[in-house]
Design a protein around this ligand. Structure first.
Ligand code: TRP
Length: 449
C-alpha cells in the first residue's frame, strides 16, 4: 500500500503564542491538515522547552496555551496526530539510539550551539560557559521527533533548515550502520508565500526581540498594542509607501487581496497612521474574535485538553511503540532468545563468505583451515607452536587477497606438507572475498566514528 505523505512539525512550549506564530505556523498548518492527501503530525515540544527555560510554571502554562491555540484555530484532533512530546516515551528512547550514531563533530557545527560559543569567546568567557548539554544535543532530540514517525516533510522556518539536514544525516547513519531502510529521510518545507510578520518595532516579530503582539489579547488590549506599532512621522495627507510599512505588512497577512489593494490605494492617498492602525485592528480582530472565545473556554478547561492530548498520544504511540521495537532490535537491544531479529546486511553477507577456522589438536599445536562458503576445504595449515603465529599467517593471506603470486609464496609457509595440492585459484578468490569484506567493514567502522 502506498503511504500518504507525512507532514510533521513541533512547537516549543516556552512562550505565549503571538500573531507571528499564528500567521507563520498555526494558520498554514491547519489549512494543510484539512487536505486529505497527507497525514499531519503536530506536537508540543515540551522537552525542547527545557533547553530554553528553567521555569517550570512557564513550560506548563505555555503547553496549555499552545494546545488551546491550535484547537481554537480549528485543528481537528480526529483528523491529525496532535500530541505532547513528553507523552511519547519512544522519543527520548530513540534519542539515545540516535545519539550513539551521531558524530560529535556534526553537533559542533550546529548554528545555535556555535552562536553561544562565539558569544562566549568574544566576551572573553570560557567557550562553553552557560552552554548545557541539552543545547548541544538539541538537534538529536529533534531528529528523534521527526524520525520516530518517519516524516517526509517538515514545515519550518529558515532558521530550522540545518536541524532538518542533521536529522537526515543522523537517520542515514543509522540506516547505514544497521543495514536497513529504517528511517525515511525528511525534507524541510519552507513556505515561501507565508509572510514573516514584522513586530511592533519593524523587525521580525519574535520573542527574542520583545516586539510581539500576543495572539489572544482581549480586544481593547489588542487595539492598544496595534496603536503602539512604530511608524514614521509622515502626517495624514502625505503619501505613504505600503511596501516598507509594517502596518501594511500585518494588514496584508489578514486581509483578502481586494482589501489589500484598497489599503494600498489608501496609503498612496495619504491615510493617517491613526486611521490605518484602526483599520488594521478591525481586520485582525474580525478574524481572531470568534476563535478568541473558543480559546478562552479551552484554557479554562485544562482537564479537557489533557484528555485530548492523551488520546492523541495513544494514537501516535500505536505507531511509535512497534517502531521502536524494530529499532531496538536492529541495534542489538533485544531478547537473548530473539533469533528472528532483522539481521544486518553485512552479517548476512558474512554468512556466505569463506571462513578461516582455527583450532588446537591433541598434539597441543595450533592449526587453521580455510573453507569455501559451501564448506569445502580449500586449505589445511601445518602445525604452529603458538596461536599468534597462525594468526599472523591468516592475516597475511587476507592481506594478499587476490594477488596470486603473493598467496603462493605465503602458502609454502602455511600448508601441511602431506596435503594434496589445493586449487590455487579457489584459494585466491576466497581470499579476495575476505579482503573485500574486511575493507568494507573497516570503512563502515570509520564512518560510524
Ligand atoms: N526546533 C523547533 C523550533 O524551535 C521546534 C521543534 C522541535 C520541531 N522538534 C521539532 C520542529 C520537530 C519541527 C520538527 O521551531
Amino acid at each position: 500500500m502506498q503511504h500518504k505523505r507525512r507532514i510533521l512539525t513541533g512547537i516549543t512550549t516556552s512562550g505565549t503564542p503571538h500573531l507571528g506564530n499564528y500567521v507563520g505556523a498555526i494558520r498554514p498548518a491547519i489549512a494543510a491538515s484539512r487536505k486529505d492527501d497527507a497525514e499531519s503530525f503536530y506536537f508540543l515540544a515540551d522537552y525542547h522547552a527545557l533547553i530554553k527555560t528553567g521555569d517550570p510554571a512557564r513550560v506548563q502554562r505555555s503547553t496549555l496555551e499552545i494546545a488551546a491555540s491550535w484547537l481554537a484555530c480549528g485543528l481537528d484532533p480526529d483528523k491529525v496526530f496532535f500530541y505532547r512530546q513528553s507523552d511519547i516515551p519512544e522519543i527520548p528512547e530513540l534519542t539515545w539510539l540516535l545519539t550513539c550514531v551521531t558524530a560529535k563533530g556534526l553537533l559542533n557545527r550546529a548554528h545555535a550551539y556555535k552562536a553561544a560559543v562565539d558569544a562566549n569567546v568574544s566576551g572573553g568567557d570560557d567557550p562553553d560557559a552557560g552552554v548545557t548539554a541539552g543545547l548541544y544535543m538539541y538537534p538529536v532530540l529533534m531528529a528523534a521527533d521527526i524520525l520516530i514517525f518517519n516524516a517526509n516533510e517538515v514545515p519550518v522556518g529558515r532558521d530550522q533548515i540545518q536541524h532538518i539536514e542533521m536529522a537526515r544525516d543522523i537517520g542515514q547513519r543509522f540506516n547505514h550502520l544497521y543495514g536497513g531502510d529504517y528511517f525515511t529521510l525528511p525534507e524541510a518545507k519552507i513556505e515561501e508565500n507565508v509572510a514573516t510578520l514584522p513586530g511592533t518595532d519593524g523587525r521580525k516579530m519574535s520573542k527574542s526581540y520583545d516586539n510581539t503582539i500576543p495572539l489572544w489579547l482581549p480586544a481593547n488590549e489588542l487595539k492598544k498594542a496595534i496603536l503602539g506599532i512604530v511608524t514614521d512621522s509622515r502626517m495624514p495627507g502625505e503619501a505613504k509607501d505600503a511596501d516598507t510599512s509594517n502596518i501594511f505588512a500585518i494588514y496584508q497577512a489578514f486581509a483578502t487581496p481586494a482589501e489589500t489593494a484598497a489599503m494600498r490605494e489608501a496609503f498612496a492617498a495619504g491615510i493617517g497612521w491613526g486611521d490605518a492602525k484602526q483599520k488594521l485592528f478591525e481586520r485582525v480582530d474580525a478574524e481572531l474574535a470568534p476563535m478568541r472565545e473558543k480559546y478562552d473556554a479551552l484554557v479554562a478547561n485544562p482537564v479537557r485538553i489533557e484528555e485530548l492530548l492523551h488520546a492523541g498520544a495513544d494514537k501516535a504511540r500505536a505507531r511509535s511503540r512497534s517502531f521502536i521495537e524494530d529499532l531496538r532490535r536492529a541495534a542489538g537491544i533485544r531478547r537473548l532468545t530473539d533469533v528472528s531479529a532483522p539481521v544486518k546486511a553485512a552479517a548476512v553477507a558474512a554468512a556466505a563468505l569463506p571462513q578461516f577456522k582455527r583450532y588446537r589438536e591433541k598434539d597441543g599445536k595450533f592449526y587453521f583451515k580455510l573453507e569455501a562458503d559451501d564448506g569445502t576445504l580449500l586449505l589445511q595449515s601445518h602445525a604452529f607452536d603458538a596461536p599468534q603465529a597462525s594468526g599472523q599467517v591468516i592475516n597475511a593471506l587476507v592481506d594478499a587477497g587476490g594477488d596470486g603470486d603473493a598467496v603462493k609464496a605465503l602458502l609454502s609457509d602455511a600448508v601441511a606438507a602431506d596435503e594434496a595440492a589445493p586449487s590455487l585459484d579457489a584459494i585466491v578468490s576466497a581470499l579476495a572475498a575476505l579482503k573485500t569484506d574486511r575493507l568494507e567493514r573497516e570503512a563502515q567502522k570509520a564512518a560510524s566514528q
